[in-house]
Ligand binder design. Structure first.
Ligand code: ADP
Length: 262
């Protein structure tokens, strides 16, 4: 059955049943449309790295033996694009998983401040040319969310701040443990996001002109995943940015009040 049911004139049980059926049908249609869109977006995103790999493989066949500089350059491109496809498939899987399976809340516990410290250490070694500071208030940082999802959120935001901040810039992370929630703020002195792009920045595959950043390896999926996870765990995320001056991301996470060991 794919047709909507005609609603009877009388608002009786049949009416309610038919109306419920129509609503269900609409949701199924919307789901199918979303899936179609997802597959078309994903294959579009895969096309670019694949055609770059193909082009360089052809160059290698033609010139690889005679010209060592072509060999080196083309292999570099092939490796970079392979890494991009790997990241893309990993993020696509995460996106699809989020779509299908709800993020379980309250079944696992994570110490957000500790996780943040690990991400800061890792980010600092990846981007030593940017100054990175992390301050936190006293208090508990327990969140009832699996570390896998929490890491996706925090890592994406911190790495973006570092990635889009030029050499000599600064990224400042603060964490505050309040009564019922934990607030995290990530501020950078980077390139910022043009005002016209800001409303769409959490959309899947949305990227501001990719030539702006130092490493063009992004996928445009990071913030979409972040937003989805935040919505599922009852968190809030907002972003303020001034082009040329920098970006600030504010996040709040619901805090676990009780001590899980009791
Ligand atoms: P990407 O993989 O391209 O980084 P994201 O979804 O993480 O994808 O981010 C989407 C776009 O938002 C990026 O392409 C970048 O243009 C912009 N962006 C995200 N964070 C920042 C930031 N801190 N400063 C400047 N631009 C940013």
């Amino acid at each position: 059955l794919t047709e909507r049911l005609e609603l009877p004139k009388q608002r009786d049980e049949i009416y309610v049943l038919a109306d419920t059926f129509n609503q269900l049908l609409e949701r199924i249609h919307a789901g199918v449309e979303r899936q179609k869109q997802f597959i078309s977006d994903a294959s579009h995103e895969l096309k670019t790295p694949l055609s770059i790999i193909e082009g360089h493989a052809k160059l290698l066949i033609r010139w690889g033996k005679e010209k060592p500089e072509v060999l080196e350059e083309s292999l570099g491109y092939i490796l970079a694009e392979t890494a991009r496809i790997q990241l893309l498939s990993q993020q696509l899987l995460m996106e699809a998983e989020l779509e299908e399976r709800p993020v379980s809340v309250g079944q696992e516990w994570t110490d957000l401040a500790e996780l943040l410290q690990q991400i800061v250490d890792q980010g600092g070694s990846l981007y030593p040319e940017v100054e990175l500071a992390y301050d936190r208030s006293e208090g508990s940082y327990l969140v009832g969310v699996s570390p896998v999802f929490l890491q996706q959120v925090l890592q994406n935001i911190v790495i973006n701040a570092l990635k889009y901040t030029p050499e000599g810039g600064r990224v400042h992370i603060t964490a505050f443990s309040g009564l019922g929630e934990i607030a995290v703020r990530v501020t950078d002195t980077g390139i910022g996001i043009p005002f016209e792009d800001q409303p769409r920045i959490f959309e899947r595959f949305y990227r501001v002109d990719p030539s702006r950043n130092r490493s063009s390896g992004g996928t445009g999926l990071g913030l979409a995943i972040v937003k989805k996870i935040m919505d599922r765990i009852g968190g809030i995320i907002s972003l303020e940015s001034t082009p040329g001056l920098g970006t600030s991301v504010n996040m709040t996470f619901p805090k676990v009040i009780a001590n899980p060991s009791i």
